[in-house]
Design a protein around this ligand. Structure first.
Ligand SMILES: [Zn+2]
Length: 62
């Protein structure tokens, strides 16, 4: 059984990828992030998306 998961970076449903904390990142975006310098815009937008996920989680809990 495959459960498609929404990638936090490209916001598309993908079957293959990695889970970091509560976030899912597809293979394609993971490769981009790994190849990206930490001060590059793509990396920054990824970090911002992870923060927004944590914020949403807190709102649900509260
Ligand atoms: Zn992706």
């Amino acid at each position: 059984m495959n459960v498609s998961t929404k990638c936090v970076v490209c916001e598309e449903n993908k079957e293959q990828g990695i889970h970091i904390i509560q976030a899912f990142i597809c293979d394609e975006c993971e490769k981009k992030i790994v190849a990206t310098e930490t001060d590059a815009p793509l990396y920054q937008s990824f970090v911002e998306k992870l923060k927004s996920i944590n914020t949403i989680k807190e709102e649900i809990v509260n």
